[in-house]
Structure formats: structure tokens, C-alpha cells
Design a protein around this ligand. Structure first.
Ligand SMILES: Cc1cc2nc3c(=O)[nH]c(=O)nc-3n(C[C@H](O)[C@H](O)[C@H](O)COP(=O)(O)O)c2cc1C
Length: 369
């Protein structure tokens, strides 16, 4: 019998008390036409809150920069109608006993030009470079870069006012914040470009502005080595570089780091600590001293990018993930597809009903409940 108890020990991030270690991973569903959270979205999140997910992270939701997305069904996190929609989401999640934070998102140069809520808006970037490194636009001025940072802080302020329990900055997967981290897309020669510390300067600026906007509310940042456009890309080649990267985030004042991997059991630096070595979240925790969230194929046998090609995934074992959590390698575990498939996943695990955990169905993205 798998001992699931480490997953159900409470945890605290700053002042936020979580009843267990299970986090719903942020997942874009494109179910908010016009950018406005609606009744279906309220039901979707509150269903998972009622079924004992410890912390829900919303799908990526957009800052007020008009070129932030290329999909007009992705929710906005600004403007009267969208904010009113989010108020209903968080009130329903709280009524169901849950905790939730919005994942604040800007896709930068991952955007197809002339698309999204505001097709005419220009795309934002560090250097006007596409994810392949091709010049598409002029490098933005420092004042424009600072407004991109402030746009996250404005959304963070609204999140706090609405009563959300934390915020998460999407700093992973080659979206805007990660485009500053990544040398291929950041060729700036001012304080926002150059060394790994300087490429983290945009994140530092954003975190500090968010902190000024939210006071004591926990701030999480999600980061990744890999990019949607390039699975082999890495920001930090060595533990030493990783330490330099995450120390900027820690000093800027984040409360936790969400370390995105596609497969949670993959060691980050196997040449240093072996094939069973620490994963990305393990290394980030060790080097930053901050709590970390780990993620990637939890409870499933294959990784998530296949989902976008309509691939399913068989249910897999949880033992090693729980063992590593219990050892303190990382503090929280985010679950994506398994929670899309089955809103009651956390309750079933807690009640030891592991034989009831279902495979992830190839058609799961076509349904929404
Ligand atoms: C449909 C779908 C949408 C996603 N959207 C986002 C997103 O908006 N922001 C984000 O950081 N990650 C996103 N991800 C990645 C997930 O947060 C998670 O890291 C990934 O699915 C791995 O977890 P899993 O193997 O448990 O599914 C998405 C994944 C899926 C399947």
C-alpha cells in the first residue's frame, strides 16, 4: 500500500495555510470568450476546490498589455467585466473551502502577430526577436519595459483586492518573463540584458513592483529550463548558474518557486548527483532556500505536450513522487492533466482509492467540467 500521508500534511507559504500539498497546475482552457470569466469557469474551479485540491493556480490570465495573447478566449485579468468575473470565481472557490491564485501571463513574442483580444496591438518582447531569434520589431525602450513589469503589478493589486490567496507570475516556457531570462530572445545591452543576473532583472523589477502592490500576499514565480519551442534549451547549464539565477528571484522577495518540468522524476544535473539526483525543484529549493512546487506527469505515464496532439496517458504510480516529497526534496506537487480528467483526484488519493484513478483521456481537452 502506498503511504500517501506526506501529500496531506499542511504547508504554509508566508501567511497562506494550505491543507495539503496538492496544487492544481495552471492550465489554459480557452473557455472565457472575450476574455471574461463566466459561469462555466466558476463551476470548473469551484468543483476542484470542493474536492480538496490544496491550492488552485488559475490558467494563465493576461496583464493589461494589449499584445499579451493571441487567443481571445483566454481570460483577461483587468477591466471591469473580467475583474467582476474573477470576483465570482474566487468567491465560489472560497465558499467551497479552497485557496486560489491567478497565474499572471503575457506571452510576449510567442504571439502570432495580429491575433488575440486586440489584433492591432504590437507584441511585446525584450529585443524584438522571435523565439527562433529572428528580428521582428525594434527593441523596446526602458520605459516600455518598465510598463510591462508594472502591468503584472497592476494585476497583482487587483488579485489582492478581489481576495485571492496568492499570485503566480508565469516566468516559464519562453513567455515574456522567460524571454528576458533566455539569451536567444534577450540581446539587450542595458541593465535588462547580459549576464544571467541582468537577464533576471526584468523578473526582479516585476517581483518588486508586485510586492509593493500586494503587501503580504504570497508571490510565486513559475520558471522552467525548457521552452515550448525548444525542449533542450536551458537557462542554467550548471548548479552555479542556477544559484545565480534563483538568488535574484529570492532577493527580490518571492515566497515560493514553481519549477516546471515535463517529467517530475528527471534529475536536473545527473552529472553532479547521479541518475536518481535532485530534480529541478529539488535543486532550486537547495540553492534558494525557498519552498518549491514540483510538477510533471504526476500520476501519469507520459508527459503533457502530447495532450495538444490529442494524446492520452495511462495512469501511473505515485510512490516515488510521494517518497521524494516526504524526504523534503520539494514542498508541493502540482497536478495538471490528472486533475483535468478527474476533479476528485485529490480526494481519491487521500482516501486510498488509487485503483479508481483514471487514465488521462485523449479527448479530455474537448470537455470542460
Ligand atoms: C491543456 C494544458 C494547458 C496548459 N496551460 C498552461 C498555462 O497556462 N500556464 C502554465 O504555466 N502551464 C500550462 N500548462 C502546463 C501545466 O501547468 C503542467 O505543467 C503540465 O501539464 C505538466 O503537468 P501534468 O503532467 O500533470 O499534466 C498547460 C498544460 C496543459 C495540459
Amino acid at each position: 500500500m502506498t503511504d500517501v500521508s506526506p501529500l496531506f500534511k499542511p504547508f504554509r507559504i508566508r501567511g497562506l495555510e494550505l491543507k495539503n500539498r496538492i496544487v492544481m497546475a495552471p492550465m489554459t482552457r480557452s473557455r472565457s470568450p472575450g476574455g471574461f470569466p463566466n459561469d462555466e469557469n466558476v463551476a470548473y474551479y469551484s468543483r476542484r476546490a470542493a474536492a480538496d485540491v490544496g491550492l488552485i493556480l488559475s490558467e494563465g490570465t493576461l496583464t493589461r498589455r494589449r499584445g499579451a495573447s493571441d487567443d481571445a478566449n483566454v481570460p483577461l485579468f483587468w477591466g471591469e467585466q473580467a475583474v467582476a468575473g474573477w470576483q465570482r470565481v474566487i468567491d465560489a472557490v472560497h465558499a467551497a473551502g479552497g485557496k486560489m491564485g491567478p497565474q499572471l501571463w503575457h506571452i510576449g513574442m510567442a504571439r502570432r502577430p495580429n491575433s488575440g483580444h486586440f489584433p492591432d496591438a504590437p507584441s511585446d518582447s525584450p529585443s524584438g526577436l522571435t523565439l527562433k531569434g529572428k528580428k521582428l520589431a525594434e527593441e523596446p525602450s526602458e520605459a516600455e519595459v518598465l510598463d510591462m513589469a508594472q502591468a503584472y503589478a497592476d494585476a497583482a493589486r487587483d488579485a489582492k483586492q478581489l481576495g485571492f490567496d496568492c499570485i503566480e507570475l508565469h516566468g516559464a516556457h519562453a513567455y515574456l518573463i522567460d524571454q528576458f531570462f533566455w539569451e536567444r530572445t534577450n540581446q539587450r545591452t542595458d541593465r535588462f540584458g547580459g549576464s544571467i543576473e541582468r537577464r533576471a532583472e526584468f523578473a526582479r523589477e516585476t517581483i518588486q513592483r508586485c510586492r509593493a502592490a500586494v503587501g503580504d500576499l504570497p508571490i510565486i514565480i513559475r520558471i522552467s529550463q525548457w521552452k515550448m519551442a525548444d525542449y533542450t534549451a536551458r537557462i542554467a547549464q550548471t548548479p552555479e548558474e542556477l544559484a545565480r539565477w534563483v538568488s535574484v528571484l529570492a532577493e527580490a522577495g518571492v515566497d515560493a518557486i514553481h519549477c516546471s518540468q515535463r517529467r517530475i522524476l528527471e534529475p536536473e544535473f545527473p552529472n553532479v548527483d547521479g541518475a536518481k539526483g535532485l530534480n529541478f525543484a529539488g535543486w532550486v529549493k537547495k540553492l534558494s532556500g525557498l519552498p518549491t512546487i514540483s510538477v510533471g506527469s504526476v500520476g501519469l505515464s507520459s508527459e503533457f505536450t502530447g495532450a495538444f496532439q490529442g494524446q492520452g496517458s495511462a495512469a501511473g504510480k505515485l510512490d516515488e513522487v510521494i517518497e521524494r516529497l516526504g524526504r523534503g526534496e520539494f514542498d508541493l506537487v502540482a497536478v495538471g492533466r490528472a486533475l483535468l480528467q478527474d476533479p476528485e483526484w485529490a480526494q481519491k488519493v487521500q482516501q486510498g482509492r488509487l485503483d479508481e484513478l483514471r487514465d488521462y483521456d485523449a479527448n479530455a481537452l474537448q470537455t470542460y467540467y
